[in-house]
Design a binder for this molecule. Sequence first.
Ligand code: SF4
Length: 227
Amino acid sequence: MMIYGLQKLTLLDFPGRVACTVFLGGCDMRCPFCHNSEIAEGKAPPVMSEAELLSFLEKRKGLLEGVAVTGGEPLLREEHLELLRRIREMGYPVKLDTNGTHPERLARVLSEGLAQYVAMDIKNSPARYAETAGLKQMDLAPVRESVRLLMRGETEYEFRTTVVKELHDDESIRAIGEWIDGAARYYLQKFTDRETVPYEGFHAPAEEQMNRWAEMLRPHVKEIGIR
Ligand code: SF4
């Protein structure tokens, strides 16, 4: 198995921990605002093998406090679960990013303790989900099941939405709030443009819009933040 990116040190990706970030290849969504579209679409060349990553992690024992695993979609392939097991066997806590499309694998991650923190994307309201994920149509049942699994609260988690002026509106936020009502933690993430974003013409919502949306969501979640 190949690794498609490694950020050797991050203070941001794993809450409260000095960590590295590992990027796994492939994704079943095509979000037009994706920052890692080359990795998601499998166009980026790999940067190292799994063995090289494990050797790096072995050397960093005692220095790194955790490993953030992202993509692409880390739960896209069965072999990715095996990598999580190996990282856990080395004693590292794992933070996992997911788009929620593989609840059966997420369930195993949770039951086997393969992640100590899970960050799941809520792309948009159900009505605009496929559009926001860059798909013609999609079955939302797996995403709903992933939300349900996380909201059992056995593992620390957050939901987060990358908000884009052209894709999100008051109705999006209202519907998201109803959907995740009772969730532990939710973040509104302001879209930032980059060269790697596949679609041109997206903008970040204004600051006051972000604050207003946060207030709309506040009654539905225990903790809310803006990034
Ligand atoms: S789910 Fe994440 S990795 Fe996949 S296309 Fe969307 S933003 Fe990119």
